[in-house]
Write a protein that binds this ligand. Structure first.
Ligand code: AMP
Length: 219
């Protein structure tokens, strides 16, 4: 099972991918996470990507496509792959087709998280994660039960992404509209797109995605 989660920043792609990892043993391939790891490690890719990411713009198609290709070759993706934040351009969509074909795989679904863009900036600007276990929180919608202490692992180390500020989010949204939204018709023509209400409760979104995958497995 190979699926793409598609939607603007804050649509819930990472949250839902995390659920699929836990509940179905699928592997999450997030180019954003891979790039952030590269920036932290100071690798050549990280050095190239750092300023581009901080500006909210897109890293080159060649770099992200290479990251995905390398990741697919690690050999732990048999239970299925969730592409999270990739592809983001028509060129990346074409590269993904090739990468999958070369490995005898195919896309099963492109799941579009349908969201109200006006609400997304608040979602993104308020979010933070536990630096130890990665649990996600939000200033308004999901605060830790004990302020400053992670509900899951009791760590007091929390992180915010430097690009989760209002100015950068506006640029990331514009990038999504200009470069990523136009790839939907490509997948629509191939009848791969399934639309899910991304404004629903996290559990309901997860259920809707699960039903789509179960339907696939049953046929
Ligand atoms: P994300 O974690 O998906 O929100 O990505 C964070 C940032 O990483 C984006 O704003 C881009 O600068 C960069 N990035 C992540 N994935 C891609 C991609 N597929 N193509 C280009 N840039 C990407």
């Amino acid at each position: 099972m190979n699926i793409i989660l598609l939607g603007p920043p804050g649509a819930g792609k990472g949250t839902q991918a995390g659920r699929l990892v836990t509940e179905r043993g699928m592997v999450q391939l997030s180019t954003g996470d891979m790039l952030r790891a590269a920036v932290r490690s100071g690798s050549p890719v990280g050095l190239k990507a750092k300023a581009v990411m901080a500006a909210g713009e897109l890293v080159s198609d060649a770099i992200v496509s290479a990251l995905i290709g390398e990741r697919l070759d690690l050999g732990d993706t048999d239970a299925g792959v969730i592409f999270d934040g990739f592809p983001r351009t028509a060129q990346q969509a074409a590269a993904l087709d090739l990468l999958l074909e070369e490995r005898g795989r195919a896309l099963d679904y492109v799941i579009e998280l349908d969201v109200d863009e006006a609400a997304l900036t608040e979602r993104v600007v308020g979010r933070f994660t536990c630096g130890h276990c990665g649990e996600g929180y939000h200033d308004a919608f999901k605060k830790p039960v004990v302020p400053g202490v992670c509900d899951v692992c009791a760590s007091t180390d929390f992180r915010r992404r430097p690009d989760d500020n209002a100015d950068t989010v506006a640029i990331r949204m514009a990038e999504y509209r200009a470069k990523t939204a136009p790839i939907l018709p490509i997948y629509e023509a191939r009848k791969l797109v399934r639309r899910v209400d991304g404004m629903a409760h996290i559990d309901d979104v997860a259920r809707a995605i699960g039903a789509i995958l179960d339907d696939r497995l049953a046929h």
